[in-house]
Design a protein around this ligand. Structure first.
Ligand code: SAH
Length: 347
């Protein structure tokens, strides 16, 4: 038997093509999209405005993507919720739901595991398994909304995986989640984070989406960056920042630079000054994050005083800088930790 089609990953045009092949009028595509992405049913039999015959045909040719909540942890400190979702092939990904003053924000995964090998990151330690499909990324949002009975307004692609290493599925996901016929989440409320896959940043710039691009920089010189982030051996800081300039020029969007402060590795005042020089004059913002401890890496977070000094140095040089608030610290809300622990539990 041939494999069933993943209908939740289909955009309207693809649905229309499929219905045309079934000799159905194109407005059926809108009805099906509405059932999948607005009403969010999980069986074709619930699509009551379609004929029984069409429902049966769809059922025989397609499946409706669904994720299962394998584990759910809720922070007692701030209400942050972390999900471990089980995929249909018994792989697992993590998703974190956070509550802010402006509403709910969700951090989604884009791959099972990661190839990038950043030294401080738990997501990459067990290697790479596979890309997530558009529907598997969508479902993280839909399932969290359903489970909590809330409406999510913001998305960050900062969970497990390197989004730009799964370029097509991620951009398809953005299109689907942004659709006015579906969840209709504004692209301005979506951040895509990358460790610096330069050729894909250039490709993304050409699409001129309204998203925010976050660059995981984490160092101000190539020697340090190459040591903690292998991608830097392929695309060094200069090449990366050039691509960022190109991105800003094409999209008019401000770039957010992420900088995880690691004690004794990248947190000195000289490094802050060097970073300020690198970013001078750019339309950007720096987000400082005291590194989360990951046992395989052995890196420790910078102490409070160093974080403040680092921030104040950047500010003095005119660089827009904030220190990221830590949410869910009691539930290991940092990406990759839950899936990795689960690997040893269930496999
Ligand atoms: N692959 C993408 C997105 C996933 S990681 C990227 O690299 O940007 C999301 C963010 O968390 C990145 O900025 C990443 O560098 C950071 N991160 C990973 N492990 C961390 C840790 N132990 N402490 C603090 N930040 C970490």
């Amino acid at each position: 038997m041939s494999q069933k089609l993943d209908i939740k990953s289909f955009d309207i045009d693809k649905l229309k093509d499929m219905l045309k092949d079934l000799s159905q009028p194109s407005f059926r595509a809108n009805q099906i999209f509405d059932w999948l992405h607005k009403k969010r049913v999980y069986t074709f039999s619930e699509m009551t405005n379609l004929s029984e015959e069409l429902r049966n045909t769809l059922d025989s040719q397609c499946f409706i993507q669904s994720l299962e909540i394998k584990k759910k942890l809720t922070s007692k400190l701030d209400g942050t919720v972390k999900y471990l979702f089980e995929l249909s092939d018994k792989e697992y990904v993590e998703t974190v739901l956070m509550k802010y003053k402006y509403g709910y924000s969700i951090c989604v995964s884009s791959q099972v595991g990661c190839k990038m090998g950043c030294e401080f990151c738990a997501s990459t330690k067990a290697g790479f398994v596979r890309n997530l499909t558009p529907s598997e990324i969508l479902e993280q949002v839909y399932k969290a909304e359903e489970d909590m009975g809330v409406h999510i307004s913001h998305i960050v692609m900062m969970g497990i995986g390197e989004p730009l290493d799964n370029f097509e599925n991620v951009t398809e996901f953005l299109k689907l989640i942004n659709s006015p016929l579906g969840a209709n989440i504004s692209l301005r409320n979506i951040s895509v984070s990358t460790c610096g896959v330069v050729d894909k940043i250039i490709e993304l710039a050409k699409l001129k989406l309204g998203i925010t691009l976050s660059i995981s920089l984490h160092a101000s010189d190539d020697k340090t960056r190459s040591k903690i982030m292998p991608i830097n051996r392929r695309y060094n800081i200069e090449t990366l920042l050039k691509a960022c300039d190109d991105y800003t020029e094409k999209t008019g969007r401000r770039i957010s630079f992420e900088y995880a402060l690691i004690k004794g590795e990248n947190d000195s005042i000289d490094e802050a000054k060097r970073l300020a020089k690198l970013l001078k004059g750019k339309l950007c913002h720096v987000n400082l994050i005291p590194v989360n401890y990951v046992k395989e890496a052995g890196f420790e977070k910078s102490d409070k005083q160093s974080v403040i000094l680092f921030r104040d140095t950047l500010l003095r040089y005119g660089i827009n800088t904030t220190v990221r608030r830590t949410l869910g610290s009691d539930i290991e809300a940092a990406c990759g930790q839950l899936r990795r622990d689960n690997l040893t539990e269930v496999k």
